[in-house]
Design a protein around this ligand. Structure first.
Ligand code: FAS
Ligand code: PHB
Length: 389
């Protein structure tokens, strides 16, 4: 097989890149190691920045999002029973779109199918050759056979555990990581949301988040130690813990139900530099991970794809490699600012067992500063709605 851009990974980054390249007349092939059902079964992000919304519309995959997504003009932060509403719309002129990553991915698959895009499932990439040469060869297994895909370039959109990042020699790669001593236990339920806005709840017992997917589908998280096992968390125990950590007046009216899905995700901050090596370009989780507190993971994948598809358009349709040469530096500049916000929000709201009374006072001071200062709330809001591309 041969194409212009080989894309490893059929998650949001890989699919969105393939769709945008197609709209600019650039050929690509997406190699995804899992089945489509498996990819769509993963429950992940829920909040889209305006930049992501605009990009999905530009990619001609925004119609269902515009019908079914919910624009939110505010978000809440609570500290025990104290509730602080941050009016992100009045502070920045923008809101955020609540529309699940599963739906985004479904829309992207449908769009690729409609345009006859090539997305191979259960096609696991095993090696990437030639990134420093005149063309790349991607080795993959598919339908029990070893196959190859040759291309001008390869986009590594294969997530944190994929092979593309490691195709950059260690001597040319620098990794930065902060692993958090806890994870998020998530629950999806067919129940009405706990409150009109998302609530990020700080509590001495640990962080909790009340989110949603629609007026009848809710998503909740509670911070748990990394040692926790899913089998030790029956739904009743989850609901009891959530009610303890969220403001009492919200807990009183919380509608609980049987979980449609429960999962535990570890939290980490991670960046691998550079995001380009020769003919290999990294986009999304293959290059960086943020703790989901700031709702930035999926949105960073979108901004990477924004920069990368424009760079390929300039190369193939305007004969200049300037965009490709600037990609890593441009993408990393936004990545690091989003890493900072996600780290800051995680540090403010979670219980860090090993830290002392001083750090707990610092967390409380951050909350009180948000309470008293419109400037602090404006800074929070401009990061939460999404920094400019
Ligand atoms: P993805 O990981 O989505 O996609 C990478 C794809 O590459 C996968 O489908 C994988 O199967 C494929 N792949 C890997 N190796 C391959 C190989 N060798 N060959 C072929 N294909 C290969 N973000 C938020 O904003 N909010 C959240 O609440 C949130 N929760 C999350 C929970 C979990 C458990 C995880 C892991 C992430 C979460 N994220 C969240 C972040 C998440 O949404 C990512 O930012 C988003 O999926 C990034 O998309 P991609 O970069 O496309 O990576
Ligand atoms: C979600 O709805 O899954 C969600 C929302 C906001 C976050 C993280 C996750 O910050």
């Amino acid at each position: 097989m041969k194409t212009q851009v080989a894309i490893i990974g059929g998650g949001p980054a890989g699919l969105l890149l393939s769709q945008l390249l197609d709209l600019h007349g650039i050929e690509s092939v997406v190699l995804e190691r899992r089945s489509r059902d498996y990819v769509l079964s993963r429950i992940r992000a829920g909040v889209l920045e305006q930049g992501t919304v605009d990009l999905l519309r530009a990619a001609d995959v925004g119609a269902r999002m515009d019908r079914q997504g919910e624009i939110h003009d505010g978000v809440e932060i609570s500290w025990h029973d104290e509730r602080l509403n941050i009016d992100i719309k009045s502070l920045t002129g923008r809101g955020v779109m609540v529309y699940g990553q599963t739906e985004v991915t479904q829309d992207l698959y449908a769009a690729r199918d409609a345009r006859g895009g090539t997305v191979l499932h259960e096609a696991e990439v095993t090696a990437i050759e030639g990134v420093e040469g005149d063309g790349v060869t991607v080795h993959f297994t598919h339908e029990g056979e070893a196959k190859t895909l040759t291309a001008d370039f390869v986009a590594g959109c294969d997530g944190f555990h994929g092979p593309s990042r490691k195709a950059i020699p260690e001597s040319h790669r620098q990794e930065f990581e902060r692993a958090y001593p806890f994870g998020w236990l998530g629950l999806l339920s067919e129940t009405p949301p706990a409150a009109p806005e998302l609530i990020y709840a700080a509590h001495d017992r640990g962080f909790a988040l009340c989110s949603m997917r629609s007026p009848t589908l809710s998503r909740y998280y509670v911070q748990v130690p990394l040692s926790e096992k899913l089998e030790d968390w029956p739904a009743e125990r989850f609901w009891d813990e959530l009610r303890t950590r969220i403001p009492a007046d919200v807990a009183e009216t919380l509608v609980t139900g049987e979980p449609l899905e429960m999962s535990i995700a570890p939290l980490r901050s991670f960046v691998s530099e550079p995001m380009r090596h020769g003919r290999l370009f990294l986009a999304g989780d293959s290059a960086h991970i943020v703790p989901p507190t700031g709702a930035k993971g999926l949105n960073l994948a979108a901004s990477d794809v924004y920069y990368l598809h424009r760079a390929f358009d300039r190369f193939y349709n305007h004969g200049t490699s300037e965009g490709l040469d600037a990609y890593s530096e441009t993408a990393l500049s936004r990545v690091w600012k989003c890493e900072r916000f996600s780290w800051w929000m995680t540090s403010m709201l979670h219980d860090f067992p090993e830290t002392g009374a001083f750090e707990r006072r610092m967390q409380r001071a951050e909350f009180e500063y948000l309470q008293m200062s419109e400037t602090a709330r404006k800074s929070f809001a401009e990061n939460y709605v999404g920094l400019p591309y």
